[in-house]
Each structure stands twice: as structure tokens, then as C-alpha cells.
Design a protein around this ligand. Structure first.
Ligand code: UT7
Length: 322
């Protein structure tokens, strides 16, 4: 039993929807510009009293139900987030408490929009080395809490949500391979300039929010998403024709289209939830995965290529048989 497979998926989106028409009332933009430049038509926003852990709990319970398992079956929780409820303890430990499955390791991973792919690789390695039998792997963010609603270059893109998978030990893969990477030289292209250790006492009122040099991020994202797909496929003697579904980080419709085109992969084989989810950071990949599992596009036996890309920069790919 030294492989891991996805036993079930789940996701959750907060009730409140913010449309492009709503944004027209807040900032100097048009719904037409947003759709043309990003593909986003609406995004979900967490209620004022709703936290990342709340979203993660809903998604996790749905993943457990899909897997036909109880919380007590889980012996590891790895959760990707950039917007934890508290500085500490981690969201993962609070999720463990909500689910009532005490004792196993539970921790958060901070890799911004690549958080879920990082978490998946870590949980996969735990299972492969006998450190866990059934892991809950979650990507959850209330990213709109760190958005400057006066910055039209960022507030149009992001939404809140959570996605989760139950990963369990099996004899056959399952997860075929995961590859992660990072390059810290890109820090200031996409970041929040303040923090616990560097301090929140800034002269600028907006310094606690996301700042992004959008068109520069765009270029690196497209190149990286293409490169990591090719690298993981060639390392496993596969090509894009072996992939049933590409599930890239849901950053911008144009990034997804450019990635598919550069890979020579038909867009019909790419899962795209940008229109209704926006960019939900660490939740983006598992949300898209669960959406396509539940609407029947992704079937057991399909080969999936998951890709994350985010602040840092960080990136990662996971190749798996569902
Ligand atoms: O999850 C992490 C990864 N993040 C991403 O992948 C984001 C990547 N970047 C993007 O998605 C795009 O760069 C944006 C959607 C953020 C911006 O689109 P763009 O086509 O790169 O636009 P731009 O930043 O080059 O700006 C073009 C023009 C500018 O006006 P001028 O200077 O040419 O007069 C902007 O001020 O568009 C203007 N603009 C807007 N206009 C109307 C920027 N945002 C808006 C807006 N509405 N919301």
C-alpha cells in the first residue's frame, strides 16, 4: 500500500455573489472590460462572520461523504491557505477539532495560489512513506479579506472558496507524480507588503492588501504553467495526448487559454471555472476538480494534470489517475 489515490472530492463557495455589475458601482471599470481581460463574470464572497476554517469544513465534509468515510478515518490534515483565521493556531488544527478527528498531524502550508498542489504533494509523500493512511488535503482561502477594493487591477479577479480531497493509501497509483518549485526573486510582483514580523505600522493605509504587477505576473504564469506541464509529462514518459483533463490554477481565462494553446491541448479538455469562481487562490484547483467530478466530466480512470501557480513565485504540478 505505498501509493495514494483520491477517494473523494468536495468543495464549498460562500453564498454571496459579487457580479461585474456590482463592481461597476465600486470602481472605475466596466463589466465588458472585466470579462474580456479576465473571463470572470462573478465571484463568491465570504460573509463577515465566515472564516477560512468555515469554508474548509464544508468542503472537507463533502469530500468525506463522497469518499464514504467518517472524520475518524482521517489521520493527517494538510491545508493550503494564505488567509488563516488566526496567526496561530493553524486552520488545519481547528479543522481537525471541528471534525473531531484528533491525534494525527495537522498543519497549514503557505504557498499562496499553489497551496493545494503543495499540500497534495506533502500528503502524498506521507502516505508513500507510511506516515498516514487517509489524509484530508484542503485548499481554502478568504482572499477577498486582503483585497484593496479601490484597486481595480486586483479586486476584479479574486473570490473566496474551498476545495478538499481525501487521499487514501492504495496498491496502485493514484497519484503518479508531483513536482513543486519556487523562485523568491519575484516577491514584489505579487505580495502583501506588511506582515506580523515586518510590521503593520505603515504610512500607507492600503499596505495590508494584495499588490500585483498584473501583466508581469501574467507572462511568468503562462510560461511556467506550460513548462511544468511538459516537465512532469516527459518525466513520466507521457505527452498531452495522455491527459484527459488539465486543471490549471484558475487565475484568468486568458492565462488558461494561452497555456492550453502552448501545450497543444484542446480547451475542451481543460476545466475552466474562472467565469463563476474568479481566482480563489489555494482553493482554485480543488474547486475546479470537484466541480468537474460532480458534473460528470471527470470519471474514474481518467488521467488528470493539476497545476498551481502563485505568489513567491511558487508553482507545482500533479499527475494522477482519478
Ligand atoms: O493567482 C496569481 C496569479 N495572478 C494572475 O495570474 C494575474 C495575472 N494578471 C492578469 O490577470 C491581468 O494582468 C489583469 C487582469 C490583472 C490586468 O489585465 P491586463 O490586460 O494585463 O491589463 P494591464 O494591467 O496591462 O492594464 C491595461 C489597462 C491600463 O490602462 P492604461 O494604463 O493602458 O490606460 C489599466 O489601468 O487597463 C487598465 N485597467 C482597467 N481598466 C478597466 C486595469 N484594470 C482595469 C479594470 N477596468 N478593472
Amino acid at each position: 500500500m505505498n501509493h495514494a489515490r483520491i477517494a473523494g472530492t468536495g468543495s464549498y463557495l460562500p453564498e454571496k455573489i459579487l457580479t461585474n455589475a456590482d463592481l461597476e458601482q465600486l470602481i472605475d471599470t466596466t463589466a465588458g472590460w472585466i470579462v474580456e481581460r479576465t473571463g470572470v463574470e462573478e465571484r463568491h464572497i465570504a460573509a463577515p462572520n465566515e472564516t477560512t476554517c468555515d469554508l474548509a469544513e464544508h468542503a472537507s465534509r463533502r469530500a468525506l461523504e463522497a469518499a464514504g468515510l467518517e472524520p475518524g478515518d482521517i489521520d493527517l490534515i494538510v491545508l493550503g491557505t494564505t488567509t488563516p483565521d488566526h496567526v496561530f493556531p493553524s486552520v488545519a488544527t481547528q479543522l481537525q477539532h471541528r471534525l473531531g478527528c484528533y491525534g494525527g498531524p495537522a498543519f497549514d502550508v503557505q504557498a499562496v495560489c499553489t497551496g493545494f498542489v503543495y499540500a497534495l504533494d506533502i500528503a502524498h509523500r506521507f502516505i508513500r512513506t507510511d506516515g498516514a493512511k487517509r489524509a484530508l488535503v484542503v485548499g481554502a482561502d478568504t482572499f477577498t479579506r486582503i483585497i484593496n477594493w479601490k484597486d481595480r487591477g486586483t479586486c476584479i479577479l479574486f473570490g473566496d472558496g474551498a476545495g478538499a480531497v481525501v487521499l487514501e493509501a492504495t496498491n496502485e497509483p493514484g497519484i503518479i507524480d508531483c513536482r513543486l518549485g519556487a523562485d523568491g526573486r519575484y516577491k514584489e510582483l505579487l505580495w502583501v507588503p506588511t506582515g506580523v514580523s515586518s510590521g503593520y505600522e505603515q504610512t500607507r493605509q492600503d499596505a495590508a492588501f494584495v499588490e500585483m504587477r498584473g501583466s508581469e505576473v501574467f507572462k511568468v504564469a503562462v510560461t511556467t504553467l506550460k513548462d511544468i506541464a511538459e516537465q512532469i509529462l516527459s518525466a513520466n514518459q507521457m505527452t498531452v495526448t495522455d491527459v484527459d483533463w488539465l486543471i490549471p490554477h484558475q487565475a484568468n481565462r486568458r492565462i488558461l487559454s494561452a497555456t492550453a494553446k502552448r501545450l497543444g491541448l484542446s480547451e475542451e479538455r481543460m476545466i475552466d471555472c474562472v467565469r463563476t469562481h474568479g481566482n480563489t487562490s489555494a482553493a482554485s484547483v480543488p474547486l475546479a476538480l470537484d466541480t468537474a467530478v460532480r458534473d460528470g466530466r471527470i470519471q474514474r480512470g481518467h488521467t488528470l494534470l493539476l497545476e498551481g501557480f502563485g505568489g513567491g513565485f511558487t508553482w507545482g504540478a500533479a499527475l494522477l489517475r482519478y
